[in-house]
Design a protein around this ligand. Structure first.
Ligand code: HEM
Length: 422
């Protein structure tokens, strides 16, 4: 599809290589999603699916100058192709928003977050160091802790007959499990969550996201010092003793891997659990079915991940390259719209329906290719256990007021407030 023929002159500036940033970071309403989408538009954040359906039909790879300029593929085939082509699409800048040096001065030290923002060869060895911490065996060891945690949270509100299933439940779970893995105090959960939220949800707010990055960095460097003196059975201690080809790894790389674990392991799973709770609160028959047929849980988890995928990443085109008729220039940003791929009717029958026993479900919620999520076993366990414990204790619940549901979007999309009664 030659959708670039419909580009406005503003978009052609990008294609001719002139400055990409020309006051496009405004909040003016979107009139043409093909050439001027805004991933932070509040209606889009709350319900992006109709936009993706239209784009898939009319212009499967859209373009916008907003937020530093990017391409937005919407088809499973294009997104899969780009994700697999790590030679031509680098992960050196995976943030969905871009800023010029004037808008966001670079930090004194560039903080790496390997393996997610690394290309090969750094990607290979940093990923290899993290993977054992999220193996099936390890994740089994975190399950009872997660189950107990869910029950403590439910104990805190069950007598009220109402709760915010996002704020009081979903938000509280992943951060505490990640704290356990990193060997940092669970009592600091709210602080960690705030930092991660500032980095991801408030990435457009320069002061807020920079301060949070500094806080995470300083805190984790302190933890490295502490763990040198008092090693424990945790990821940071493990990385301090790791060697790659006989060499120790630098403190900066260790800190970066620990920071990624925190950033990647909190908001993502919190958003998935929150979306699952919202779905169940509005589809009581699905709750009844899960209670009556618990063997459906594994396929139900995959289906909830597919239908409400939270994560969009970015790639940078290494050279000029054409994808599905769209002429991308070296340095262009492409948004890996995994959530849109998962609603592509060419791949998923009745994509907008949640079918708990869907048989064919090769969804891309965890990405695909060399950067596929390293924490997927953990995410699946947390999602399963949080639903199992909730429906065991609160088998009948409803969304209290749809108007009170709020959303966060951008890099990670998920509900932030889900008021339920039971
Ligand atoms: C439902 C929850 C989650 C979702 C939907 C999710 C999604 C993703 C996606 C889409 C990617 C691919 C990035 C890319 O292609 O650029 C990714 C990578 C990654 N995720 Fe997750 N994630 C989740 C939970 C977690 C958890 C709990 C952890 C644990 C710390 C984690 C750690 C990672 C890491 C380390 C990477 C980088 C892998 C690499 O670059 O090789 N994620 N995740």
């Amino acid at each position: 599809m030659e959708c670039n023929t419909t580009f406005s002159s503003e978009v052609l500036v990008v294609l001719t290589g002139e400055p990409k940033w020309g006051g496009a970071m405004t909040s003016k309403p979107v009139t043409d999603w093909k050439t001027d989408y805004d991933i932070l538009d509040s209606d889009y954040v709350a319900d992006p699916y109709p936009v993706w359906d239209d784009l898939r039909e009319q212009c499967p790879i859209a373009h916008s100058d907003r937020w530093g300029g990017s391409w937005l593929p919407t088809k499973y085939s294009d997104i899969t192709r780009i994700a697999h082509d790590h030679q031509h699409f680098s992960s050196r800048d995976v943030g969905v928003l871009s800023f010029t040096d004037e808008e966001r001065p670079p930090p004194p030290i560039e903080i790496p977050l390997p393996p997610i923002d690394a290309d090969q060869p750094v990607h290979t060895w940093t990923r290899r160091l993290l993977l054992p911490w999220f193996s099936h065996n390890r994740v089994d060891q975190y399950e009872q802790y997660t189950r107990d945690l869910c029950n403590q949270l439910i104990d805190g509100f069950i007598a009220e007959g109402r709760a915010d299933a996002a704020g009081q439940y979903a938000r509280q779970i992943p951060v505490r499990v990640i704290a356990l893995i990193l060997g940092v105090p669970g009592e600091m959960a709210d602080t960690f969550t705030g930092w991660v939220q500032d980095v991801l949800e408030f990435a457009h707010d320069q002061a807020r996201s920079s301060a949070a990055t500094d806080n995470i960095t300083n805190y984790l460097f302190g933890q490295l010092e502490d763990r040198r003196a008092n090693p424990g059975d945790d990821l940071i201690s493990d990385l301090l003793h790791a060697e790659v080809e006989g060499e120790e790894i630098s403190d900066l790389q260790i800190m970066g891997m620990a920071a990624l674990t925190l950033i990647a392991g909190v908001d993502t799973t919190w958003s998935s659990i929150g979306s699952a709770m919202l779905h169940l609160a509005t589809h009581p028959r699905d709750v009844d079915r899960l209670i009556a047929e618990p063997e459906l849980m594994p396929s139900a988890i995959e289906e909830l991940l597919r239908a409400y995928s939270p994560v969009t990443m970015a790639r940078i085109a290494v050279d000029d390259i054409e994808v599905a008729g769209c002429p991308m220039k070296a340095g262009d940003k492409v948004l890996m719209n995994f959530p849109a791929a998962n609603r592509d009717p060419e791949v998923f029958d009745r994509p907008d329906e949640v079918i708990l026993d869907r048989a064919q479900n090769r969804h891309l919620a965890f990405g695909v290719g060399i950067h596929r999520c390293a924490g997927s076993n953990l995410a699946r366990m947390e999602l399963r256990v949080s639903i199992e414990e909730w429906i065991k204790r609160i088998p009948s619940f409803r969304l209290a007021d749809n108007a009170e549901v709020t959303w966060a979007g951008g890099q990670v999309r998920g509900p932030r407030t889900v008021p339920v009664t039971f």
